[in-house]
Ligand binder design. Structure first.
Ligand SMILES: [Ca+2]
Ligand SMILES: [Ca+2]
Ligand SMILES: [Ca+2]
Length: 278
């Protein structure tokens, strides 16, 4: 060993010894052992520096990692924010379009309701017009038929019908054929008023009327096939005396009930009736 270095170490030891003694005289804790100084102390300092450096490196890496994570999260947040804003904008647009569609539907509904109301009124007017035209046509036809028959003196109007009394006497069947040739039929007495009219028209003559039981004895029917409901039989009639299947008006003395059954082969005048309103 170099004598100078050895001398320095001895001085250093002596200095250290004095410092310890002085330190103990002052009542303080003993100074660390000599391993804490000198070459050993230098090594410890070097190891602590390494730990600090590693810690600093780790801390730096952690900061970088955290910064990177924050940066990534920030970008993702911004990306999602933009996406949400875009979705919100799309939803707003769709909502506006739906509002426009809704308003258009309301307008169309109102227009349809107006059209429906107009069509209903037009249909009602059309129905009324059709009914009016039909009534005018019927009225015109009735007027023509009335004029046709009323202008003929042998036909008499009563209750929507015109009546005709023949001059020549014939059997019941021949009389009915004559009526049909005149587009009429033997008279059907519908009520008391028509019975009174027939009594006035026949002028005390016995006249065939459109009533017979030639299909089933005792079952009297009018020439239109309807059953006899209002009866004007003279007392004791019908009696089918011999074979009597056809009815006359004007039998007996009373005008109230003057109908009787006669043989259809008898010759009598007849009363025809033509309906004006069929
Ligand atoms: Ca009648
Ligand atoms: Ca009879
Ligand atoms: Ca009789």
């Amino acid at each position: 060993m170099d004598p100078r270095l050895k001398e320095q170490q001895l001085k250093k030891k002596k200095l250290l010894k004095r410092l310890r003694k002085k330190h103990q005289d002052r009542g303080r804790q003993p100074l660390p052992l000599k391993e804490s100084f000198g070459p050993f102390s230098h090594r410890n300092n070097t190891a602590g520096s390494r730990i600090y450096r590693w810690a600093a490196v780790c801390l730096g890496l952690l900061c970088v990692f955290l910064f990177t994570a924050v940066l990534v999260l920030w970008f993702r947040f911004m990306e999602e924010k933009d996406q949400l804003e875009a979705n919100y904008s799309n939803l707003t647009t769709e909502r506006d379009q739906l509002e426009i569609s809704y308003n258009n539907l309301i307008i169309e509904r109102d227009q349809l309701y107006t059209s429906y109301t107009s069509l209903t009124k037009e249909t009602q007017n059309l129905d009324l017009t059709t009914e009016r035209d039909w009534l005018q046509e019927r009225l015109s036809d009735l007027g023509k038929r009335l004029m046709t028959h009323i202008n003929k003196p042998e036909w008499r109007y009563f209750s929507s019908s015109v009546h005709y009394i023949s001059i020549v006497e014939k059997t019941w069947n021949e009389s009915r054929n004559d009526c049909m040739k005149k587009e009429a039929d033997l008279v059907i007495i519908n009520n008391k008023e028509e019975q009174d009219f027939i009594e006035m028209l026949r002028q005390r003559k016995e006249a065939w009327i459109g009533l017979t039981d030639n299909e089933n004895e005792g079952i009297w029917k009018w020439v239109n096939g309807s059953r006899l409901t209002t009866e004007f039989w003279y007392g004791g009639e019908p009696n089918n005396y011999g074979e009597e299947d056809c009815a006359v008006a004007g039998f007996g003395s009373t005008n109230e009930k003057s109908c009787a059954d006669y043989p259809c082969s008898y010759w009598r005048v007849c009363i025809c009736e033509r309906r004006i309103l069929s």
